[in-house]
Design a protein around this ligand. Structure first.
Ligand SMILES: *Cc1c(COP(=O)(O)O)cnc(C)c1O
Length: 370
């Protein structure tokens, strides 16, 4: 390393002088090690593509031109998504490197100091993180104790803060709750004079419902989805739709080559075999019913209704149960650490029959130790 001149700032001084105090106060997004674990913490689909599709996929990926930049309009992939995933006639999509990037794009497009982003709490943490990163203010409105939406509180907070963006995770992560459709539409109507409402349908394959068909009724409705929970978390692809004029504005802050050629090729291939992923989602919905019933039968376990590929439960002591599960090589999410309303809650991804059974056995042993 070069020796610094005497007047050069130390790294500590640079950090203090350059990095925003907000960012200095943050912890990095923590992903716990999962080697050798039954991994039920991140809502991944446990099923992979069937072996007979692997060779075909490999040929498609091998044909991708890795030496070229992607063509940044992504016309064909967008057309296939629109045609196969229920986007209304006359509506287009904007693609993101995961819906995390779409959230960042929305923040960047709307960020003016003093403007606000609003969401129920607890919900997906990136709404807040992204808003604050972009210099927007964030307002959280607590859910009710039973983790349903507090519509009067939402409407009152919206009237007070007039948020540029209101996020609704539909179904909601980390609770699994599917907010009442009429409540969601009421919020879209309330925001119509001044702001956007982003309905985040990351868990749509497990919900059996969608607000996508409602898009043409509202100028201010933005519909966001991802293929991550459907079974393609590794390729990082999200998409969102809205009134075409709005979408064109969002597109101005999208990094031009944000979807790489391998993701593009893999997504085009999988869209031709969407029935495979939809079949896997159907299996997971059935497994969710079985898992929720088994959990509800256990003494001391409260199960919240879920429309997603995970189940939220409340146990007598989540810290102890979480640790006892880890000791048995089962990794779940300790939701109790996320929000006061989730005291003693654990969030468990629905998986294969074998993994669900392994989790249930470990949970029973953990509860017996309390
Ligand atoms: C997982 C999740 C996302 C993020 O999806 P990616 O496309 O993987 O970035 C977005 N919203 C909600 C509510 C989620 O739970």
């Amino acid at each position: 390393m070069n020796k610094s001149p005497a007047e050069a700032a130390s790294c500590e001084e640079l950090i203090a002088g350059v990095i925003r105090p907000l960012v200095r106060g943050w912890q990095a997004y923590h992903v716990p090690p999962a080697e050798g674990m039954v991994k039920l913490d991140a809502m991944e689909n446990p099923h992979t593509l069937p072996p007979e599709l692997h060779a075909q996929l490999a040929r498609r990926l091998a044909a991708a031109e890795l030496n070229r930049y992607p063509v940044p309009s992504y016309t064909r992939l967008k057309q296939e998504i629109c045609a196969r995933l229920g986007v209304p006639e006359g509506y287009d999509v904007l693609l993101g490197n995961g819906s995390d990037e779409l959230i960042a794009i929305l923040s960047a497009a709307c960020a003016v100091p003093g403007r606000k982003v609003l969401a129920p709490e607890p919900s997906f943490v990136m709404y807040q993180v992204s808003a604050l990163s972009a210099g927007l203010e964030y307002v959280g409105v607590p859910l009710r104790a039973d983790l349903t939406l507090d519509l009067p509180a939402m409407l009152a907070a919206m009237a007070q803060h007039r948020p540029a963006i209101t996020y609704l995770s539909y179904p909601n992560n980390p609770t699994g709750t599917l907010f009442a459709r009429a409540d969601v539409l009421r919020i879209v109507e309330a925001a119509a004079p001044y702001g956007l409402v982003v309905v985040d349908e990351a868990y749509q394959p497990f919900a059996g419902t969608s607000l996508m068909p409602a898009l043409p009724q509202f100028n201010n409705l933005v519909l966001m989805r991802t293929v991550s929970k459907l079974g393609l978390a590794g390729i990082r692809l999200g998409y969102m739709s809205a009134a075409p004029a709005l979408l064109r504005e969002f597109d101005k802050v999208r990094p031009p080559y944000n979807i790489n050629v391998l993701t593009e090729a893999a997504a085009l291939f999988v869209l031709e075999h969407l029935d495979v992923l939809e079949g896997q989602a159907a299996r997971l919905r059935e497994a969710r019913t079985v898992l929720a019933a088994s959990l509800a039968a256990l003494d001391g376990v409260e199960v919240f209704p879920s429309a997603a590929n995970f189940v939220l439960i409340r146990v007598p002591d989540a810290e102890k149960v979480f640790a006892a599960l880890l000791a048995r090589k089962v990794l779940v999410k300790n939701a109790g650490r996320m929000h006061a309303l989730l005291r003693n809650c654990l969030r468990i991804t629905v998986s294969t029959e074998e993994e669900n059974a392994a989790f249930l056995a470990a949970l029973q042993a953990a509860l017996a130790e309390l």
